[in-house]
Design a protein around this ligand. Sequence first.
Ligand code: NI
Length: 453
Amino acid sequence: MNRLLLLPLLPAALLLTAPPAARAQKAVPKTMLSAAPNAALTARLAPLVAAEQASVVAWRRDLHEHPELGNEETRTAAFVAAQLKSWGLEVQTGVARTGVVGVLKGGKPGRVVALRADMDGLPLTETSGLAFASTVKTTYLGQPVGVMHACGHDTHVAMLLGAAHALSQVRQQLPGTVKFIFQPAEEGSVPGTVGGARLMVQEGVLDKPKVDAIFGLHIWASGPVGQLWYRPRGEMASSDRFSVKIIGRGAHGAKPWASVDPVVTAAQLITSLQTIVSRQLDLTQDAAVVTVGTVQAGVRYNIIPPDATISGTIRAFSPATQQRIWDSIRRMAAGIAAANGATAEVSIEPYVPVTFNDPALTAQMLPTLQRAANGAANVVEIKAVTGAEDFACFQEKIPGVFIFLGGMTPGTDPATVADHHTAGFKVDETSFPLGVRTLVSLAVDYLSEGTKK
Ligand code: NI
């Protein structure tokens, strides 16, 4: 399968290929960790969470062996729904096509917190060599392909199920409601269609009951087991696709004066677009990317074509920067086309907003992450990641925090790790207990903080 073909469809994840660079933090002794806001409930949950590991591994292996592409997660959804129902949760299916939502109402009044996992696999033929490797095959965009959980979404589903089961056993003590969101199609929908997190939001997943805050995590193949990685504010980039069609006038290549040359105009525009990041943005605030990935014009060397089209991707870490880049592209395209006697048609398709970790909520939950990871040294602030993640669509509506969970066997050289979205992708299952503990702790601490006097 030619991965490049998938590029326009899969910006969310393909960009996860560059791992976030970790910055070591000063070790803080464990004794310095603050106490959990609801110590009794936290203590009660500890053995329940630990007891989930065997199930989480078994669920994960089963899901891994049976991956499904985005919007086709019917087996996964049925499995998730059956588990949640068996634990007494209210379950809604068919959300954003194949999504599942479970609601756990606690025995005490309080706020509503959501925990989210994505469920989809990727069109790749697995070569991991795992005993439970996928042998599933399907057709994608007319091509025969294998299907594989090559981004670890199987682990996300299994860990969130573990969290749901543990929390369901303490529901009477729970001060508020937990909504478990099992989301389809994080990797993208068919072009031109809305799917994944955005469609879930449109269908009201954050309403009834209204969600106050949302948390999610992503396993990370090159982060050591036992570590959590996060970044306040812009953590992962927005991802927009843009294209500009330059409309000129064709002519014989030997008589360029008879043309309005769209090729030369496009060349000027491509060069000028490079100055948006280098000359127009305050790079001390946050980074940005404007990449032109395609240039299409003409069919023969001695014919000046009537038009030329370029397309590319925009990455930004704040909505303000994102808007500024959009404005610059439109202004430059119109101005440079006009200067050459041509016209420009600009199309900007927003795909995923900035994965923006609410600063106040991130600061509030940092002690929770440090307790879950057994020490502040295991919670690492990372550089911004230019990949995108559609969890951002939830964060556009309500405060949320998105975290990376180390999935690499400690002592491994990260350079040797089979990356996300590759056929050999693998993670260490001993990472799961921290993942489940983190999800459970975020929910319990958030709800408990909300009820403190
Ligand atoms: Ni992913």
